[in-house]
Design a protein around this ligand. Structure first.
Ligand code: ADP
Ligand code: GLC
Length: 484
C-alpha cells in the first residue's frame, strides 16, 4: 500500500494562489505519486475551490464549526485529490484569502485557520474520509495549529511535518482565544504556542511538528540566526536537529518554453534564436521601444520590501541610463505600485509597469526578457528565478536564501569552468544591485558568452523529481521510526 500523506494548506494552484506556496502545494503531489506516495490535500472552501469541487462527495459534516455548520467534500480537481472544508461562514469570501475588501486582515482569521486545523486533526485521527494518513504535512502558519492540536489531543496520531515557506507570516492572535481555537491551558507556554504574550500559529507548528522543513538549505541556516529568524530563531535553534532544507521545484508542464501557449514564439535551448520574437512581442505589448539592441530586465513579483522592490525602483535611472529597458508585472504595496507607475509614465519607451496579477504576461516575460531581476532582502526559495532559468532569462539575484542555492554566479572563475547560470550580488543594497546590473550588461554585450550562459541556465534541473525524492525519504524515515 502506498504511504498516505494528508497535506494541509491554505492555497493550492490553480484554484487559489497569492504566491509560491500555492505552486508548491499544487505541484508536489504529482511528483510524490511517482515515489509511491499518495497525497490528499485539505484546503479551505474558498469560492474558487468550491467552483472546482462541484461534483464532490460529502464525506463528513460538523454541526457547528465557528458560527455555522460545515461539510467536508472529497473531489478530484486539477489533477489533485482534494478534501475541501465547506464552511461558508468562514470561507465564502471572494478575492484574497486573507484580506477583506479594505486590504486589512479578516478579523476572524484566527478562527478561520483554527477551523482548517481542527478539520485536519479530525481527518488525521481516522474515521473520516477513509483511512487515517501516515503523515500529516502542514504548510505555513495557516496550518500551524495542526501539529499542536494533534499533540494536545493525545492518543495515537500520524507523524507530522511542517514546512516553512516564509517566516514573515506568523499568524499572531490574542491569548484570550486559546480555548476557543481548541487548545488547552498548558499550550500557552514557551514550549507551546505562546509568543510574546500572544498565540502564534507558526510557532505552534515549529515547536510541535515532528519534523520541520523549509524550502532551501540556505534559508534553513539563515532562520537559525537573529538576523534571519524573524524572532523565531531561538525556537529554530532548539529544533535544529529536526529541521532540514529541501529546495522547491517548478511544474515543468506549466513552465515549458517548448509548449507554452502564452509565448509568441516557442523555443528550446537548441533554438534560442526563436526566443527573439518573444522579446519583440513583449516590447510591443508593453509599449516599450521595439529594439533588439536594448537589453530588457524584467520583474515578476509581489511588490514588497521582502522583494527589494524599493531598491530596484531607485536603481531605475542607472538601468535606463545604461541603455537598458525595464518591464515589471507585479502587485502589492500601494506605495510601491504608485512609484513604479510614475516611473513608467516618465519614460514609457524604456520603463513599462503592469500593476496586477497576470499569469499569461508572466509567461511572456519569462520567455522574452533578457534578464530577470530578483533583488530580495530575504527569499526562502523563490520560484521566479527557476522559471527564468528554464526560459533562458538570466536571473540577477540577491545572494540570499534559495536564490543562493539555485543560481551559480557567472564570475570569471565560474565562466572559465563553464558553470555560471546567472548573476548574484551582496549585500542587498542599491549600490550592489547597480553593480550587478552593470555586470549583466557587460556579459550581455558578448553575444556568444551570453548564449552559453542561457544554454547552461536552460539545462539546470529545476523540476520536482529531486525534491520529491527528498520529501519521500523524510516521510519514510518518520514512518519507519514509528514502526521500529
Ligand atoms: P512568493 O511566494 O514569495 O511571492 P515565489 O517566487 O516563490 O515568491 O512565487 C511567486 C509566484 O507567483 C510565481 O509563480 C510567480 O510567477 C507568481 N507571480 C508573482 N507575481 C505575479 C504577478 N504579478 N502576475 C503573475 N504571476 C505572479
Ligand atoms: C514563500 C516564499 C518563497 C517560496 C514560496 C514557496 O512565498 O516567499 O521564497 O518560493 O513560499 O515555497
Amino acid at each position: 500500500m502506498p504511504l498516505r500523506v494528508l497535506a494541509v494548506a491554505s492555497e493550492v494552484y490553480p484554484l487559489v494562489k497569492t504566491g509560491g506556496l500555492a505552486d508548491v502545494v499544487g505541484a508536489l503531489p504529482a511528483a510524490l505519486a511517482k515515489e509511491g506516495i499518495a497525497t490528499r490535500t485539505l484546503v479551505p472552501g474558498y469560492p474558487g475551490v468550491l467552483a472546482a469541487a462541484r461534483d464532490a462527495e460529502v464525506v463528513h459534516a460538523w454541526p457547528a464549526l465557528f458560527g455555522g455548520p460545515a461539510r467536508l467534500l472529497a473531489t478530484r480537481a486539477a489533477g489533485l485529490d482534494l478534501l475541501v472544508v465547506d464552511a461558508p461562514q468562514l470561507f465564502a469570501r471572494p478575492g484574497n484569502p486573507y484580506l477583506g475588501p479594505d486590504g486589512v486582515d479578516w478579523p476572524d482569521n484566527a478562527l478561520r485557520f483554527a477551523a482548517l486545523a481542527q478539520c485536519a486533526a479530525d481527518v488525521a485521527g481516522g474515521g473520516i474520509a477513509g483511512d487515517a494518513p501516515d503523515i500529516v504535512h502542514a504548510h505555513d502558519w495557516q496550518a500551524g495549529l495542526v501539529p499542536a492540536l494533534l499533540h494536545y489531543r493525545g492518543g495515537p496520531r500520524p507523524a507530522t511535518v511542517m514546512t516553512l515557506h516564509n517566516l514573515a507570516f506568523q499568524g499572531l492572535f490574542p491569548r484570550e482565544l486559546l480555548s476557543t481555537v481548541g487548545l488547552p491551558p498548558q499550550a500557552f507556554s514557551l514550549d507551546g504556542v505562546e509568543y510574546h504574550g500572544m498565540i502564534s500559529y507558526l510557532k505552534a507548528g515549529l515547536t510541535l511538528a515532528d519534523r520541520l522543513t523549509t524550502v532551501s538549505p540556505t534559508y534553513a541556516a539563515e532562520i537559525r540566526t537573529p538576523a534571519g529568524g524573524m524572532g523565531m530563531d531561538g525556537v529554530l535553534r532548539l529544533r535544529a536537529g529536526a529541521l532540514s532544507g529541501i529546495l522547491n521545484g517548478i511544474d515543468e508542464a506549466v513552465w515549458d518554453p517548448a509548449r507554452d501557449k502564452e509565448l509568441a514564439s516557442r523555443f528550446g535551448a537548441k533554438h534560442l534564436a526563436r526566443r527573439d520574437a518573444n522579446k519583440a512581442a513583449l516590447q510591443a505589448r508593453l509599449g516599450l521601444a521595439v529594439d533588439p539592441l536594448a537589453p530588457v530586465f524584467g520583474v515578476v513579483s509581489r511588490l514588497t520590501l521582502q522583494k527589494g522592490m524599493d531598491l530596484l525602483h531607485d536603481a531605475l535611472p542607472m538601468l535606463t541610463g545604461a541603455g537598458a529597458q525595464f518591464a515589471l508585472v507585479g502587485a502589492g504595496d500601494a506605495v510601491l505600485e504608485d512609484r513604479f507607475t510614475l516611473a513608467a509614465q516618465r519614460d514609457p519607451r524604456r520603463v513599462a509597469v503592469h500593476v496586477g496579477y497576470d499569469e499569461p504576461l508572466a509567461h511572456l516575460m519569462q520567455g522574452g526578457v533578457d534578464a530577470l531581476l530578483v533583488p530580495s532582502r530575504f527569499e526562502p526559495c523563490g520560484l521566479t528565478q527557476l522559471c527564468a532559468l528554464r526560459y533562458g532569462a538570466i536571473p540577477v539575484v540577491a545572494r540570499v536564501g534559495g536564490l543562493n542555492d539555485t543560481v551559480i554566479d557567472a564570475n570569471d572563475a565560474a565562466l572559465a569552468a563553464g558553470v555560471g547560470t546567472g548573476i548574484q550580488f551582496a549585500p542587498v543594497t542599491q549600490a550592489a544591485l547597480e553593480m550587478a546590473i552593470e555586470r549583466t550588461l557587460v556579459l550581455w554585450r558578448d553575444r556568444a558568452a551570453w548564449r552559453r550562459l542561457q544554454s547552461r541556465a536552460m539545462a539546470c534541473d529545476v523540476g520536482w523529481t529531486r525534491p520529491a525524492r527528498r520529501y519521500a525519504t523524510l516521510y519514510r524515515s518518520l514512518v519507519a521510526g514509528r514502526r521500529a
